[in-house]
Design a protein around this ligand. Structure first.
Ligand code: TRP
Length: 343
C-alpha cells in the first residue's frame, strides 16, 4: 500500500475491466481488492470502467455480454468500491471514446499495430496449425484494439494506468500515439504510463499455473458456498501423507491462503506445514477462511445481481460524471484537428 500511495497520490488513475466472464479470486486479489483499497486510501482521481467495447472483440453472445456487465459491476460494488469516491462507468455510455478512437486511428501507423502482442499471438496460433491462413479469424477489432485502449486512456488525460504486465505494451502504445498526436496537432494529451501491480499478487489456480480464465483453472469469487468448497477440494497437491513436513513455498493452497490471511496467520500456517498438516485438513482451512472472508460481500453481490435497475442507475450516474469530462475535452480535440465551426 505504501508504494501505491507514493506513486498514485495526486495523479489521474484509470483502468478498464473487460466484461467477459465472472470474476474469480485471482481478479479479486490482483485487481479488485487493491483498486478498492487505493480508492479509499489514496488522494487521486480514479476512473474505473467496464470495457464492454473491448469484450465485443471476442464475444458474439448478446445475452452473455449483458450478464457479464452486471456481474462485474456488482462484484466491484460488493467488494466495497464506493461509486461516490471514483468515476465508475460503462465504456459504451461514453460516445466520445469512439469518436476519439477514429481520430487516433488516422494517425496510428499500421506497423505499430502489427507489433501488438494480442495480434501477434493470434497470427502465431494460426501458423501453428499448418495450411491455415495466418490471418484467419482475426478481425479489425482485434487488430486495432490498442487504439481503442489508447482512446480509453487519453480521453480522461489519465497518467497512471494500473494493469497486469500483459497490458504494459498497450499502455506504451497509448503513450506513443499521444506523443505523435501532440506533435502533429499541438499539446493535447497527457502521456500515460503503466503502473504494474506486484507479482506477489498473482495467484495460482487449481492446477498450479497462474489462475486465469484461459486456463480454465479458476475459483469463482462469489460462487455459492457449496461450489467454493468443491473448487478448493480440486486444488492440486502432491502425494505426501499427513504428518510429513511439507514445503509451503511450492503449495498452491498455501499461496491462496496467504493472499487472504494476515501476516501472523500466515506465519502460524507456515509452522503447521513444517509440522506436517494433511492436505485434506489444509483444504478445509482454506475453504473455511475464504468462505468467512467472502460471506458478507457474497450476500451483497447476490442482492446487487438481483437488482439490475439499481446497478444501471449507478452506472448512469458514473457516465454523467465521465461525460462532464469527455464532452468538453472532445470539443477541444476536435477543434485541434480542424473539425470546427466555420468562420
Ligand atoms: N485491455 C485491458 C485488459 O484486457 C482492459 C482495458 C481496456 C484497459 N481499456 C483499458 C486497461 C484502458 C487499462 C486502461 O485487461
Amino acid at each position: 500500500m505504501k508504494r501505491m500511495e507514493m506513486v498514485l497520490s495526486g495523479e489521474t488513475v484509470l483502468t478498464g475491466i473487460t466484461t467477459s466472464g465472472t470474476p474469480h479470486i485471482g481478479n479479486y486479489v490482483g485487481a479488485i481488492r487493491p483498486s478498492v483499497a487505493a480508492s479509499e486510501a489514496v488522494k487521486a482521481k480514479f476512473f474505473f470502467f467496464l470495457a464492454d467495447y473491448h469484450s465485443l472483440i471476442k464475444s458474439r453472445d448478446p445475452a452473455q455480454m449483458a450478464i457479464s456487465t452486471l456481474e462485474i459491476a456488482s462484484s466491484w460494488l460488493a467488494a466495497g468500491l464506493d461509486p461516490d469516491r471514483v468515476v465508475l462507468y460503462r465504456q459504451s455510455d461514453i460516445p466520445e471514446i469512439l469518436e476519439l478512437t477514429w481520430l487516433l486511428t488516422c494517425l496510428t501507423s499500421k506497423g505499430l499495430m502489427n507489433r501488438a502482442h494480442a495480434y501477434k499471438a493470434a497470427v502465431a496460433a494460426n501458423e501453428l496449425s499448418r495450411g491455415k491462413d495466418p490471418e484467419k479469424g482475426i478481425t479489425m477489432g482485434l487488430f486495432c484494439y490498442p487504439i481503442l485502449m489508447a482512446a480509453d486512456i487519453l480521453m480522461f488525460n489519465a497518467n497512471k494506468i494500473p494493469v497486469g504486465s500483459d497490458q504494459k505494451q498497450h499502455v506504451e502504445m497509448a503513450r506513443d500515439i499521444a506523443g505523435s498526436f501532440n506533435h502533429q496537432f499541438g499539446q493535447t494529451f497527457v502521456l500515460p504510463e503503466p503502473f504494474i501491480s506486484d507479482n506477489a499478487s498473482m495467484l495460482p489456480g487449481l492446477d498450479g499455473r497462474k489462475m486465469s480464465k484461459s486456463y480454465g483453472n479458476t475459483i469463482s469469487l462469489f460462487a455459492p458456498e457449496k461450489n467454493l468448497r468443491k473448487s478448493i477440494m480440486k486444488i492440486k497437491t502432491n502425494s505426501q501423507e499427513p504428518g510429513e513436513p511439507k514445503d509451503p513455498e511450492s503449495s498452491s493452497l498455501f499461496s491462496i491462503y496467504c493472499a487472504f490471511a494476515t501476516g501472523s496467520e500466515t506465519e502460524a500456517m507456515r509452522q503447521r506445514y513444517v509440522d506436517g498438516i494433511g492436505w485434506g485438513e489444509m483444504k478445509d482451512c482454506v475453504f473455511r477462511y475464504l468462505n468467512d472472508h467472502l460471506k458478507v460481500a457474497r450476500e451483497e453481490y447476490n442482492r446487487l445481481v438481483a437488482a439490475p435497475d439499481y446497478v444501471e442507475d449507478v452506472l448512469r450516474k458514473g457516465a454523467d460524471k465521465a461525460r462532464a469530462v469527455s464532452g468538453p475535452f472532445m470539443d477541444q480535440i476536435r477543434s485541434n484537428v480542424g473539425l470546427k465551426v466555420l468562420g
